[in-house]
Design a protein around this ligand. Sequence first.
Ligand SMILES: [Zn+2]
Length: 122
Amino acid sequence: MKDLHKWHVIDNGWNAPGYHFLIQLSGLIEKGRNVDFNGAHAKHGGWNKNTIGIAMAGGLGLSNRPEPIYTPEQWQSLDWLLAQLRAQYKNIDIFGHRDTGADKACPSFDVRHYVKTGKVRL
Ligand SMILES: [Zn+2]
């Protein structure tokens, strides 16, 4: 989050980090932007509005190729966080940045498939 603060707030001049949550390799969940405010995580298609942005550190393999490489602690924290958000906001749709129509590979796995089956696939 310190890096994000530098990139987003200091370098970009934004008023807060672009994501609402960041899951560290250790599994630590850091809060970024307050969820009451629009994120700056998925501009293409207007998805910054009415969405909550969760970033996970990692997700890259050799030569920075997108691969779902995350620690067990991160998966555990992701599951926990999604359960919290589902309890708080009923009927939410959970999907990846790459599912918004943006030309992005992140988060290097099929989020809808993961949410449905608990299984990770590219
Ligand atoms: Zn992304």
